[in-house]
Design a protein around this ligand. Structure first.
Ligand code: NAD
Ligand code: ZN
Ligand code: ZN
Length: 397
């Protein structure tokens, strides 16, 4: 079969690899009909390189049809399924609490990590991913979401990751109708976090440097701002000078902006000692995240408010302004999304003919799988109005 493989920093290629086969009674093999590129794949594309091996199949947002079902699954050949990005057993201490990304059965203990993820480096088990013509799905007695036949793939596809991630980001912000939230970053996750918050009756502000992404969010009733101090001031003005009740960071560890000067500003405001000048080599190292979005969140959120991190962080040495966090009494929540925990709430919304979350206004590019290298580059550089790319493994042209 054909599959998208990691070959080195900023280098993916489509290769011919062996077809996956059933290995265990709980496995299924799925023929993929749509498979999306995620902002998380961009971390593999650049900073997570040390944890990848050339030839690794990437991708974790797939859907398709079951072509082989193990004897211990409830699936049938021909079932149309969406595959959650994490692999979970559904019946351990953590799965029973709705913490599927911490699943005790699939945890990558040798790396000290949570549940295995499809196509997401050695840190998450080096499991072959879903940007391919076929995918072996372990624990298919629990993971796959069986969906109906009538609606097109793009209505269901984002149940694999983007929609539950955005839903969890809003849930973890712990707000109710009438309150306010600011979403930082309007990539795919920020777009849906903003729409879901709006759908739940919150006033939604958003900060994003790319004009096309701001325009998309504005079409869905979000109050949009460019990055910069003026935007922070404007949102603060609009919230009685206090700042929004919650801030969702939908950017993560590769934020644009100057971590050094922003930390300086936060530190000065609270009369805190600045750590020694952070050296550029250290910033470029995996040991430290680019924290511009998180610092904006800490600055912007009102006292006693919540910061919900859905953007992925991976650093080990990322300085936090603890004085400000403590003094403002900020609650910080975070984590990979627990996909199956939210599906029952989201599924009726994506099937609703009125399309309340605007799933029909999201995908900007659908391309054949073999065009993946160009698609990655376009998504990373945000060229051609690219916001979300879906790859089609069955298209031949
Ligand atoms: N928690 C989870 O389970 C989960 C799941 C999927 C994705 N993610 C993470 O969510 C984040 C967003 O993913 P995405 O698919 O939307 O990707 P993306 O890279 O397209 O989105 C990031 C957006 O943030 C904007 N941005 C960059 N720096 C900024 C700044 N300083 N201020 C404001 N905006 C800024 C970019 O222009 C871009 O639009 C990534 O870190 C990704 O890894 C987490
Ligand atoms: Zn993803
Ligand atoms: Zn489990």
């Amino acid at each position: 079969m054909k599959a998208v493989t990691w070959q080195g920093p900023r280098k993916v290629s489509v290769e011919t690899v062996p077809d996956p086969v059933l290995e265990k009674p709980k496995d299924a093999v799925v023929e993929i009909t749509s498979t999306a590129i995620c902002g998380s794949d961009l971390h593999l594309y650049e900073v997570l390189g040390p944890f990848m091996t050339p030839g690794d199949i990437i991708g974790h947002e797939p859907m398709g049809r079951v072509v082989e079902a193990g004897s211990e699954t409830n699936l049938r050949v021909g079932d149309r399924v969406v595959i959650p990005f994490q692999i979970a057993c559904g019946d351990c201490f953590f799965c029973n609490q709705g913490l599927q990304t911490q699943c005790e059965t699939t945890q990558v203990t040798e790396q000290g990590s949570g549940a295995r993820l499809f196509g997401y480096s050695q840190i998450y088990g080096a499991v072959p991913g879903g940007q391919a013509q076929y995918l072996r799905v372990p624990h298919a007695d629990y993971g796959p979401i069986v969906v109906g036949e009538e609606l097109p793939d793009h209505r269901y596809l984002f149940l694999s990751d983007v929609l539950p991630t955005a839903w969890q980001a809003v849930a973890y912000a712990q707000r109710s109708a009438g309150e306010s939230v600011a979403v930082i970053g309007l990539g795919p996750i920020g777009q849906f976090a903003a729409r879901i918050a709006k759908h739940q009756g919150l006033t939604v502000y958003a900060i994003e440097p790319e004009a096309e992404r701001r325009e998309m969010a504005a079409r869905h009733g979000v109050l949009v701002f460019d990055t910069g101090d003026d935007s922070v001031a404007a949102i603060r003005d609009a919230t009685q000078g206090r700042g929004p009740d919650a801030v969702i960071d939908a950017v993560g560890m590769e934020a644009h902006g100057d971590t050094q000067s922003m930390l300086g500003k936060l530190a000065q405001r609270s009369a805190q000692f600045l750590p020694e000048k952070l050296s550029q080599p250290m910033m470029e190292n995996f040991g430290m995240d680019r924290l511009a979005a998180l610092y904006t969140a800490i600055d912007l959120v009102r006292r006693g408010g919540t910061i919900s991190l859905s953007g992925v962080y991976g650093g080990q040495a990322s300085p936090l302004p603890m004085l400000t966090l403590f003094d403002k009494q900020i609650q910080v929540t975070m984590g990979q999304a627990n996909v199956r925990n939210w599906i029952d709430q989201i599924l009726p919304l994506v099937e609703d003919p009125a399309d309340p979350l605007g799933v029909d206004d999201f995908v900007t590019h659908r391309l054949p799988l073999h065009e993946a290298p160009g698609a990655y580059e376009m998504f990373q550089k945000k060229e051609d109005g690219c916001i979300k790319v879906v790859l089609d493994p069955q298209a031949t042209a």
